[in-house]
Design a protein around this ligand. Structure first.
Ligand code: XMP
Length: 509
């Protein structure tokens, strides 16, 4: 495996992603991992990521100086290169002019790190500092007009540095450079496979769990289902699952979870009907953050109560993915990245008293899907759109009542059914309906109506941090609109959301 030491760059994840594209397992770890811990993890190479700081500022995150003496190949990228070079006697200073964007880089070297790269190519730079005075221990591998040390190599240590970012798609031959590093420099063979990762996880879960019982919370989504499937493969009937029906799920969701469960797992399932409790607690609440808070709290209370009824449970399995990883004491090696803020509704606090098992926490979404398919879960479940923890509560703008939720569910069901029927469901990454807190005038037959408005939202996105509204065909939208207005009582107007994120968000609340 390769470890990426995370110095806070937004592209640190992307580095890990690119390395894994080479079929080499790669994990993000905190920037100051000690040499002892690194030795224990036994990686074949280290990559020091970029970062927003300046290495010469007081308090800047720096790698442990001992890591350069481990004999493990190291690649420093941007800030990572500066930190490495500075630790080994070079001088890092601000550039005369900061450099962002495309630049031509030149190299005539034949180092194994540069195999397959031409003499001149385009790379993507984003830096305000650079290594100015290279110590004699280093040699230059590549330069640009403004950056004399665009790629460097240490004479005696297996250490390389790149001032530009090989992980971004704007850098030509970036993939080649990363492949050269992991294969030619680190000697990785590129035979990491999902099936072997599953086997490793199964082994380690079995060793950790012994004969204890594990609880897994199901949400109906991909991540918790894959977690449950993996746990089931590892420990079979020692697994108990809990699904909390909060009444804020889509139409048919609870039955769907039961059905999928009985088809794929022959173990203990607890479905808790907490619909009334959630509805009561949410009565009269219209503020979105307040809704989230209440739902989060009630969920924890209900889950805790149910978990108490499961004897000998010592562990709690959660489907936390890499992108969900917020700073967490649970993984001492984990990077201290704060990625999402309000997206952890539905998470469970440490005080629940269980030891956590998070077998997906090093994976990206598409890898989780691959794992799910490999574990035999159905395609339909694997490709289900993400659904927020607070569910329909944040799509039912204004007051949440049983009746308004029913209206929303009915519209949502029409939209999703039509997307599936038109083969468009997988063309968008998320689609849903929103019930607005206002009425408009309409005319049906000869009568004037004054009824609800619903909005349809569909987005295309890579990572849900930015998103574009989906250009669904007009004919399709017309069909959905007709069906909604004709079949859902109380709705007389349908609008389509044509805002991108930013400046809008995907959800309306
Ligand atoms: P926004 O609306 O912030 O949504 O653009 C980005 C993604 O996050 C989901 N989302 C949530 N997920 N709890 C969740 O578990 C929440 O409170 C929450 N709010 C938004 C949203 O559905 C989209 O996929």
């Amino acid at each position: 495996r390769i470890l990426v030491l995370d110095f806070g760059s937004q592209t640190a994840q992307l580095i890990a992603r690119r390395v894994r594209d080479q079929h080499v397992f790669c994990q993000l770890v905190r920037h100051d991992l000690t040499p002892e811990r690194i030795r224990e993890l036994n990686p074949k190479g280290l990559i020091l990521s970029g970062g927003p700081s300046s290495v010469y500022e007081p308090g800047a995150p720096l790698p442990h100086p001992g890591i350069f003496q481990l004999g493990i190949p190291i690649l420093g990228i941007c800030y990572g290169m500066q930190a490495a070079c500075r630790a080994l006697g070079c001088e890092v200073k601000p550039c005369l002019s900061r450099e962002f964007g495309h630049t031509q880089v030149r190299s005539a070297d034949t180092d194994p790190f540069l195999v397959g790269v031409p003499d001149e190519w385009t790379v993507w730079m984003s830096h305000g500092d650079q290594v100015q005075n290279l110590s004699e221990q280093f040699q230059v591998l590549a330069t640009t007009d403004t950056c004399p040390n665009a790629a460097v190599k240490h004479h005696t240590l297996p250490l390389y540095g790149l001032q530009f970012h090989p992980e971004v798609t704007h850098t030509q031959f970036g993939e080649q450079l990363l492949a050269n590093f992991v294969r030619n420099v680190c000697g990785c063979h590129g035979n990491w496979k999902m099936s072997s990762f599953i086997e490793e996880q199964v082994q380690s879960i079995r060793e950790r769990v012994g004969s204890s019982r594990v609880i897994c919370g199901l949400s109906g989504g991909v991540d918790s289902s894959v977690t449950a499937a993996l746990l089931f493969k590892a420990i079979g009937s020692q697994l108990s699952c809990i699904f909390v029906d909060n009444g804020l799920v889509r139409r048919g969701e609870t039955e769907q979870v039961r059905k999928e469960f009985s088809e794929h797992f022959q173990t203990d399932l607890h479905v808790v009907d907490a619909r009334d409790l959630f509805l009561n607690q949410l009565a009269g609440v219209t503020d979105p953050q307040q809704k989230r808070k209440i739902i989060g709290k009630v969920f924890i209370d209900v889950f805790r109560e149910e978990a108490k009824s499961i004897k000998d449970a010592k562990f709690l399995a959660q489907g936390t993915l890499y992108p969900d990883v917020i700073e967490s004491g649970a993984n001492p090696d984990g990077p201290a990245a704060t990625i999402k803020s309000h997206h952890n509704v539905g998470g469970l606090p440490a005080e629940l008293g269980f030891e956590l098992i998070e077998p997906l926490r090093d994976l990206f979404k598409d890898e989780v899907r691959r794992m799910g398919l490999e574990l035999g879960l159905p395609e339909k479940l694997i490709w289900r759109h993400p659904f927020p923890g607070p569910g329909l509560a944040v799509r039912c703008l204004g007051d949440i009542t049983a009746q308004r939720l029913e209206t929303l569910r009915a519209v949502d069901a029409v939209f999703i059914e039509e997307l599936e029927a038109a083969g468009l469901y997988r063309e968008v990454q998320q689609a849903f309906a929103v019930l607005l807190p206002l009425q408009t005038v309409g005319v049906m037959g000869d009568a004037r109506t004054y009824e609800d408005v619903v909005a349809l939202r569909a987005v295309n996105t890579d990572n849900f941090m930015t998103a574009d509204w989906s250009r669904l065909p007009f004919d399709f939208l017309q069909k959905v609109s007709n069906r909604v207005i004709n079949s859902v009582r109380g709705v007389n107007r349908v609008v389509y959301d044509i805002s991108s994120k930013p400046p809008s968000t995907i959800e309306w609340e």
